[in-house]
Design a protein around this ligand. Structure first.
Ligand code: HEM
Length: 399
């Protein structure tokens, strides 16, 4: 007989001073599943993560996250109503399909030189500048500018664009009324900016991503609101995640000088393994929530239909059944699964994986080449939270 929900322990009390990784490891030590104060059932292993990303018995949250936060309207609500990440089945396929080819590895590879030039232009002027906030001056602007350029924003607009993006994105998580109001204002700005770009390209098409995309969705099932939302989704999904991944990977490399030295000696050889390990060691996304569509037994417990389930990315990426010595940051490890789990799985697996990897690789190569003596000037970056997108602290480096 399988156990029931009653047999699942609650998450343990947080002990002051614990890191997120220590806290989640303590929750896992109680047993294979735990339940949080909202009733969400969390698993911890990589095998459980693969299981809950299977859309034959779970589905993505749609507007439930907004409802839980008490939000029922506004620009961020409308965005979620229309964006691919918060949809399922045919609606999701309609929204994702026209984007897929533009983000294929082969297509993104052609952008590598332009991406390398962009990160070089951010780092080069800072050489010898002394103490610099790495997040504010490098890790933040870089992905927002890359994605702004990709969707066709003129170069002069990319800095302002980045500011709207990082403000708007805060409204995707649970937040205060004040932050919600600011986020909604910036989301509205982003939406009307995207509307303007679309109008221009329709009037005078170019040989670029946006014109190709508009061609693919012309006369298709997507509404105008949906077309704008998919473009905004690229921008929002592609900025915060890459910003945190870059800051966190660089932190770890600088905390392990022998591994930073490997990268500096041979950036072409070590950039890719360093990116894979940085993404594993401290992921920007804390967990992937889903809703069950049918009852199923997990870890000996019968989970009813309609349950909220999630697996902690923090623990799955340190699963000792998959990774040797999982708490060590080691760019020389050879046990990464073929598909990196940090990008999720199933139909919502990250659309921007190839782009994120190229951005991160080119950033590490440029740093190793341009500022090989870079070192931390204060604490490393701290990623916080175990829900969806985690927050990050600033990080000063000496350049
Ligand atoms: C290190 C950087 C990144 C990480 C760790 C990451 C991670 C993820 C994960 C875990 C998901 C799946 C979410 C779920 O199943 O609920 C996802 C979805 C998505 N990502 Fe990324 N991502 C990154 C960068 C990017 C970039 C650069 C883009 C830009 C195009 C992007 C665009 C998207 C989109 C559009 C989705 C939604 C896909 C869908 O619902 O079908 N991501 N990402």
């Amino acid at each position: 007989m399988p156990g029931t929900l009653r047999d699942i322990p609650d998450f343990p009390a947080y002990v002051e001073g614990q890191t997120d990784h220590e806290y989640m490891a303590a929750a896992w030590a109680q047993g294979p599943l735990a339940r949080n104060r909202l009733g969400i059932i969390s698993g911890f292993s990589l095998a459980n993560m693969d299981m809950i990303n299977d859309d034959r018995w779970t589905r993505q949250l749609e507007l439930e996250g907004m409802f839980i936060s008490g939000v029922r309207d506004g620009p961020m609500f409308e965005f979620q109503r229309n964006a691919l990440l918060f949809s399922n089945g045919q609606v999701h396929r309609n929204r994702r399909g026209p984007l897929v080819r533009s983000f294929a590895t082969r297509v993104i590879a052609e952008m590598r030189p332009a991406i390398a030039a962009r990160i070089t232009s951010l780092i080069a002027p800072l050489r010898g500048a002394g103490s610099v906030d790495f997040v504010e001056h490098i890790a933040g602007p870089y992905p927002a500018q890359v994605i702004a350029a990709l969707i066709g924003a003129p170069e002069a607009d990319t800095s302002a664009f980045a500011r709207h993006v990082y403000s708007a994105i805060r409204g995707l998580s649970h937040c205060s009324d004040e932050v919600r109001a600011e986020s909604d204002m910036d989301m509205a700005e982003l939406d009307s900016y995207v509307a303007g770009l679309i109008e221009q390209r329709r009037a005078s098409p170019e040989a670029d991503f946006l014109s190709t995309y508009l061609g693919r969705v012309a006369d298709g099932p997507l509404s105008e609101d949906e077309i704008r939302a998919q473009l905004a989704a690229l921008v929002l999904a592609g900025s915060d995640t890459t910003r945190g991944a870059l800051a966190s990977t660089v932190s770890q490399l600088l905390l392990h000088p022998e591994q930073w030295a490997l990268l500096v000696q041979d950036p072409e050889r070590w950039a890719t393994p360093a990116v894979l390990e940085g993404l594993r060691y401290d992921p920007m996304i804390g967990s992937l929530p889903r809703i069950t569509l049918e009852p199923r037994e997990i870890e000996g417990i019968l989970i009813p239909k309609g349950s909220f389930v999630a697996v902690s990315m923090l623990t799955a990426l340190r699963d000792p059944d998959v990774y040797a010595d999982p708490d060590s940051f080691d760019i020389t490890r050879s046990d990464h699964p073929r598909l990196h789990p940090v990008f999720g799985g199933g139909p919502h697996r990250c659309l921007g994986e190839a782009l994120a990897r190229v951005e991160l690789e080119e950033a590490l190569k440029a740093l190793a080449r341009l500022v090989p003596d870079m070192r931390l000037d204060g604490p490393p970056v701290t990623l916080r939270g175990y829900g969806a997108v985690r927050s990050l602290s600033d990080m000063r480096v000496l350049l």
